[in-house]
Design a protein around this ligand. Structure first.
Ligand SMILES: Nc1ncnc2c1ncn2[C@@H]1O[C@H](COP(=O)(O)OP(=O)(O)O)[C@@H](O)[C@H]1O
Ligand SMILES: [Mg+2]
Length: 356
């Protein structure tokens, strides 16, 4: 975007040398102007204050528990990497109709935990089931766009224009991808200005929801790739969503920010969007050879039990490779373990929030 394209934004841009977003604490949430009375939200699951220091679970899994078994369904593991028996999830059947879409935000204010990788590959795995999927790149870094082969600086229009200009319609910005049933609403660095400009808007937390409303009937699943922050853009994503997936790198410090994240989620549930629910916590970059990764998963299961996905995404060099080629793992290496893991995750997500 050329800054002079949008008269009246110069003063804002002037404070953003090189469009670097201002350091931003958790955004206070305003009350929308004339909000109808809302039902009381379900109490958010409280996270014990000390749970990063909680003792390890006493019941240790034995090698026998973890060994594959052979039964009518062929060889399979009884106990998954999260230490719980693996459920038999149905293979998703093709949908009989399209929409209304389930809107799911990938959210964690920590960077590098697998939000973008999960948005792209979960989206592609759901698209393989015949469902219409839209990925929204909601990070000014434009990583989801890059990961699908779109160059952010070449974009004429991006999600920024859709948010800030009332005369732009979604079909002007949404692009098909090389993957069947998978569309992309791309982003670039322009979006960092929206974080500042939205503050002036009336009902500023509802801006994304407003622009998504007309396309909800056109998709079965909409996945939002959030930026690594809990600022106004992320609050917009949570307000527009009915579900959240929290990717969590399987290492000790991953647990630290979770209390702040669950607090923000609870505030959004309480004040802006009572429909919002945690669909699941997803362990990513899991290295099963280290007891450390297992311990981190054990603790996450202690705190969130059934909210933790049984599927865990293992660490593999295949994901950085897919970014270079600009396509999902499901098409780049369709029979890889990594592709299978995202297909398993798609089954779990569709079982938890049926779409299509
Ligand atoms: N399971 C994995 N194994 C190895 N590398 C991964 C895995 N998932 C993601 N990565 C890599 O880690 C980096 C950060 O992942 P990304 O999805 O961009 O995180 P975020 O969006 O949370 O910042 C990227 O280079 C990505 O390719
Ligand atoms: Mg990202």
């Amino acid at each position: 975007m050329n800054e002079s394209t949008f008269p009246g934004t110069e003063h804002v841009m002037g404070h953003l040398p090189g469009h670097v977003p201002a350091p931003e604490p958790v955004q206070p949430i305003s009350t929308p102007p004339s909000e109808p009375p809302r039902p009381a939200p379900a109490p958010a699951r409280a996270l014990p204050d000390n749970y990063a220091e909680m003792p390890k679970p006493t019941a240790k899994l034995t090698a026998e528990d973890l060994a594959p078994v052979n039964d009518a369904n062929g060889p399979r593991h009884r106990i998954g990497p999260t230490g719980r028996p693996l459920p038999d999830l149905p293979t998703p059947q093709p949908p009989t109709k399209t929409g209304p879409a389930q809107v799911i935000a990938m959210c964690n204010q920590k960077g590098g935990v697998g939000k973008t990788t999960t948005t792209i590959n979960l989206g592609a795995a759901i698209a393989e089931t015949g469902r219409k999927v839209l990925l929204i790149d909601f990070d000014p870094q434009g990583s989801a766009s890059i990961g699908l082969g779109v160059q952010p600086h070449d974009l004429e229009l991006s999600v920024y224009n859709l948010l800030m200009q009332r005369d732009i319609t979604p079909d002007e910005v949404i692009q098909p991808t090389r993957v069947e049933n998978l569309d992309l609403l791309p982003a670039n660095i322009d979006l960092s200005a929206a974080e500042v400009q939205l503050v002036q808007e009336v009902a500023r937390e509802y801006t994304l929801q407003r622009v998504l409303d007309p396309i909800i009937p056109l998709y079965d699943v909409i996945l939002i790739d959030c930026a690594p922050s809990l600022g106004l853009l992320t609050v917009n994503a949570l307000t527009a969503s009915n579900g959240i997936v929290v990717p969590l790198e399987c290492e000790f410090f991953a647990l630290r920010g979770l209390a702040m994240l669950t607090d923000t989620i609870a505030k959004v549930q309480d004040r802006l969007n009572p429909k919002l629910e945690i669909v699941g916590i997803l362990g990513t970059m899991f290295d099963g050879r280290t007891t450390h990764a297992r311990e981190v998963l054990d603790r996450v299961v202690q705190a969130f039990d059934e909210r933790v996905f049984h599927t865990v995404i293992r660490r593999t060099v295949k994901f950085p490779e897919t970014t270079v080629v600009g396509e999902p793992i499901t098409t780049y290496a369709p029979s890889s373990q990594a592709a299978t893991q995202y297909r398993d995750l798609a089954k779990e997500v569709l079982a938890r929030c049926p779409a299509g």
